[in-house]
Ligand binder design. Structure first.
Ligand SMILES: Cc1ncc(COP(=O)(O)O)c(C=O)c1O
Length: 378
């Protein structure tokens, strides 16, 4: 029997009568991490004043230090935010855009983030420029770089990049895209919602101006744990979506307190990192990537359809075109859940209907065989 898949399912509270192929959307928090979060909550409620007045500032920084170590960043360049959406809002909303400035996005930019860009640009009389990226993408990312470069101009104030796209599960050639944007004189904000825990991260050398990422997706942290990293020189003018007591007192002071709330998801991030270490962080990433690759190739061969990207641009998620014509993606997704108890995102893209599979430690090939059989029965 494999050491993963069935063998590790006891770590999660997921309902195993269903097939979970959608770790990418909301993650799934292992029991030891939920237990650590619960301990933080009990400590908070037992010593409430001392917890908020004295313990919390230190504990926030000590959790940030562990996360920063994982991201290869300096502790005080990393602050917690509730989710990647909040990280993106913090940066886009803090930039003083002028009329005529441009924000570069692409057709695969996460929709909530497109909305932030449009909202902030409209308030300033600035413009959002959207380029179309190739999909499916069969090369090493050069076609993505070319499409991205076509949208850069001397007016590009800010370029938004997804490290791993949501709708198409492509691991973008971020280093090359960042270099191109910076060469054009633009600031670069990377949306790494899916990246921590799925691909290696080295923020010290990546070259971005800002990077936000979720801990609650692939890193196994509880919901509501994400981070924002900013280059030192930018930090004084970056503000959280909620401005509070820390205004003007620096990046860490502004973000570490944004009003009374339950900080247990942030403080449980070290437990999530420790949970990963029981298996080995690199081993988890390699195993999940290999399983997503095997499952993706198996499904594409079974259905005689296409994969969404070459293996060099893939992580723990893969896109596979479905062998179906007609019907809508939401109907199909609902049918897979209602008739087969399979949770998997279904999207209409590139004249076809595609599924996005995820591979987390609890998945195994039988999960994808069930998906293949369910589609055959449709
Ligand atoms: C690329 C991208 N950005 C942002 C988000 C939003 O993440 P959250 O809901 O945690 O803010 C997602 C979620 O899937 C995403 O895929």
């Amino acid at each position: 029997m494999s050491e993963f898949g069935q063998a590790v399912r006891h770590f999660w509270t997921l309902d195993w009568s269903a097939t979970h192929l959608n770790h990418g959307s909301y993650g799934a928090t292992p029991k030891p991490v939920l237990a650590a979060q619960d301990t933080v909550r009990q400590e908070m409620e037992r010593t409430i004043g001392d917890f908020f007045n004295r313990q919390l500032p230190k504990r926030m920084r000590s959790a940030a230090a562990e996360l920063a170590g994982y991201l290869d960043a300096e502790t005080d360049d990393v602050v917690f935010v509730d989710n990647a959406t909040a990280g993106m809002q913090s940066v886009i909303g803090s930039i003083e855009l002028k009329p005529g400035d441009e924000i570069l996005i692409n057709d695969q930019t996460y929709n909530a983030v497109k909305n932030i860009a449009r909202y902030e640009a409209a308030r300033a009389g600035a413009k959002v420029v959207e380029v179309t990226l190739p999909f499916p993408v069969e090369d090493d990312g050069t076609s993505i770089l070319d499409a991205f470069k076509a949208g850069l101009s001397p007016r590009t104030r800010l370029a938004l990049l997804d490290h791993i796209t949501s709708a198409t599960a492509v691991v973008m050639p971020v280093e090359r895209l960042i270099a191109a944007a910076r060469e054009a004189g633009a600031l670069v904000l990377v949306d790494g919602a899916h990246a921590p825990g799925q691909v290696d991260l080295d923020l010290a050398t990546l070259g971005a101006d800002f990077y936000t990422g979720n801990c609650h997706k692939w890193l196994s942290a509880p919901k509501g744990a994400a981070f924002l990293w900013a280059k030192r020189g930018h930090q004084p003018w970056i503000h959280p979506p909620v401005v509070s007591h820390g205004l003007g007192k620096g990046f860490v002071a502004e973000f570490d307190w944004t009003g009374t709330k339950d900080p247990s998801s942030y403080l449980a991030v070290p437990a999530a990192l420790a949970f990963r270490q029981t298996f080995g962080d690199s081993r988890i990433k390699a195993r999940n990537r290999a399983l997503a690759d095997e499952a993706g190739r198996y499904l594409a061969e079974t259905w005689k359809t296409r994969l969404g990207s070459s293996a060099s641009l893939a992580g723990s998620m893969r896109m596979i075109e479905l062998p179906v014509k007609g019907g809508t993606a939401p109907d199909l997704r609902l049918k897979l859940w209602q008739d087969h108890r399979i949770d998997v995102p279904v999207n209409a893209l590139a004249d076809g209907i595609w599924v996005r599979i995820s591979a987390q430690l609890y998945n195994e090939m039988d999960d994808y065989r069930r998906l293949a059989a369910a589609i055959r029965n449709l």
